[in-house]
Design a binder for this molecule. Structure first.
Ligand SMILES: [Zn+2]
Length: 63
């Protein structure tokens, strides 16, 4: 396990977090990642998450 924690602003919740994944130059925190995974695809929130991700992906996300 790595000890280094780099605080970055999550692109979904826009809060500073130290755990998460990098997508290209952007950062998605582990909380939002989990939230996205467990959110039902029919939930409007899921759509919001996808929009946020699309902003950084610049292409369609397979869903
Ligand atoms: Zn987040």
């Amino acid at each position: 396990m790595s000890n280094q924690s780099v605080w970055e602003t999550c692109i979904v919740c826009e809060q500073l977090k130290d755990q998460g994944i990098r997508i290209y130059t952007k950062f998605l925190c582990i909380d939002c990642e989990k939230e996205i995974i467990r959110t039902d695809t029919n939930d409007p929130k899921y759509h919001f998450y996808l929009q946020q991700l699309k902003k950084i992906m610049n292409r369609e996300i397979y869903s």
